[in-house]
Write a protein that binds this ligand. Structure first.
Ligand SMILES: Cc1cc2nc3c(=O)[nH]c(=O)nc-3n(C[C@H](O)[C@H](O)[C@H](O)COP(=O)(O)O)c2cc1C
Ligand SMILES: O=C(O)C(=O)c1ccccc1
Length: 375
């Protein structure tokens, strides 16, 4: 078993405590995989430091008695500027896996982004979410046919956007996983979306249907594509009317190119430092990407969001909304759906209180005049 979870009644409050509690209830290799980042982990550390480098200069006497945290992204209004990031293989962290996270998101009205390598199928997650907003994340494929099949399944199951993650041509250099010999081949639940896909399974000889390590090898052999380029993207763009967001953009020139390629949105992200050691932090990259995009498409961001003030800073620097990654998975690990609901609603509550105490009563009131950069 990868997990051994006590069901504590007293839930943590701070992000730091959620993380410590997750560490206590996960197997050491699993915790290191979740918390870890590439190489020296410089990019991950920088992500969190980048938020501290900006300081909020509050305004007072502004009538903040009523606040509205809602945002409109791609024509849909969300109650708060927060989404749950795609995190693959959630069965590693809790037996209910993505079903628990998706139910928590649905109960709060927060969009859930299902990862390509989810432990629950596209259809099952849709079924637990009812009418709630869900997006599907797709890694750049080698097999256009399997990718098309995933997109059709997402369309048929009511997912309202496709997030193509561009920052992972190969896995990052994850030293904790190398040290612990913690490799994907150990995770049969990584193949759920593949074994439930008729197009993918058509290429698998029947005698291997129950052999998950064979299937996972096939996933790597025929699906992931480090040679994928803007040309492949335009092919995907042409087969769906769903909005496409590109996740993992850091360079303003890539942002411009995403727009030219027909992307409907961007997620500025360094994958929380898990891909490339030494990258610019997502928060540092955000202003120059927003400057290039000039409001033509929404620019979301993630990597390092832990608190309400972090969300405020990202929005003040131009993000339309933020994605939360590890934070909700720490809570999933500790307490399943209850944990995810609690941690996300606390994040939103802290954001609400922080905005009031800064003299801001709506997300449209957040801009860079609220911030100074420490030297
Ligand atoms: C364990 C783990 C698995 C992840 N899996 C995926 C994935 O399948 N697809 C994806 O686009 N991003 C994936 N990410 C990246 C997240 O979507 C997100 O960019 C990042 O976690 C945000 O930073 P934060 O964890 O500091 O909030 C993963 C991140 C972690 C920690
Ligand atoms: O570990 C990750 O960061 C990640 O992006 C991923 C990708 C595929 C499956 C699981 C996780």
């Amino acid at each position: 078993m990868e997990y051994a979870i006590p069901r504590p009644l007293r839930l943590p409050v701070s992000p730091e405590e959620w993380q410590l509690r997750a560490r206590a209830c996960l197997a050491p290799g699993t915790y290191d995989y979740l918390a870890g980042a590439a190489g020296s982990e410089d990019a991950k550390i920088r992500d969190e430091e980048a938020f501290r480098q900006w300081r909020i200069v509050p305004r007072f006497l502004q009538d903040v008695a009523k606040r509205d945290l809602s945002v409109k992204v791609l024509g849909v209004t969300f109650p708060a500027p927060v989404l749950l990031a795609p995190i693959g293989r959630q069965a590693l962290f809790h037996p209910e896996a993505e079903a628990a996270s998706a139910r928590a998101a649905a109960s709060l009205g927060v969009p859930f982004i299902l990862g390509t390598e989810s432990s629950r199928s596209i259809e099952e997650v849709a079924a637990v979410m009812g009418d709630a907003v869900r997006w599907f994340q797709l890694y750049p494929p080698k097999s256009f046919e399997v990718a098309e099949s995933f997109i059709r399944r997402a369309e048929a199951s009511g997912y309202s956007a496709i997030v193509i993650t561009v920052d992972r041509p190969l896995e990052g250099w994850q030293e904790p996983d190398l040290r612990n010999a913690y490799f994907p081949i150990m995770f049969p639940h990584a193949v759920t979306n593949f074994i439930t896909d008729p197009v993918f399974m058509a290429g698998i000889p029947k005698r291997y249907y129950a052999d998950h390590s064979y299937i996972l090898n096939e996933v790597f052999r025929i699906f992931y594509n480090p040679a994928f380029t803007w040309r492949g993207l335009s092919r995907l763009r042409n087969i769906t009317r769903l909005p496409i967001l590109l996740k993992g953009i850091l360079h303003p020139v890539d942002a411009e190119q995403a727009l030219a390629a027909g992307a409907d949105g961007i997620v500025v992200s360094n994958h929380s430092g898990r891909q490339l050691d030494g990258t610019i932090s997502a928060l540092e990259a955000l202003p120059s990407v927003c400057e290039r995009i000039r409001g033509r498409i929404p620019v979301l961001m993630d990597s390092g969001i832990r608190r309400g003030a972090d969300v405020m800073k990202a929005l003040a620097l131009g993000a339309s909304a933020v994605l939360v990654g590890r934070l909700y998975v720490y809570a999933l690990s500790v307490a399943g759906e209850v944990g995810v609901t609690r941690v996300v609603s606390d994040l939103i509550a802290e954001l609400d209180i922080s905005m009031a105490n800064a003299g801001i009563c709506s997300v449209s009131g957040l801009n860079s005049s609220l911030l100074v950069r420490s030297t």
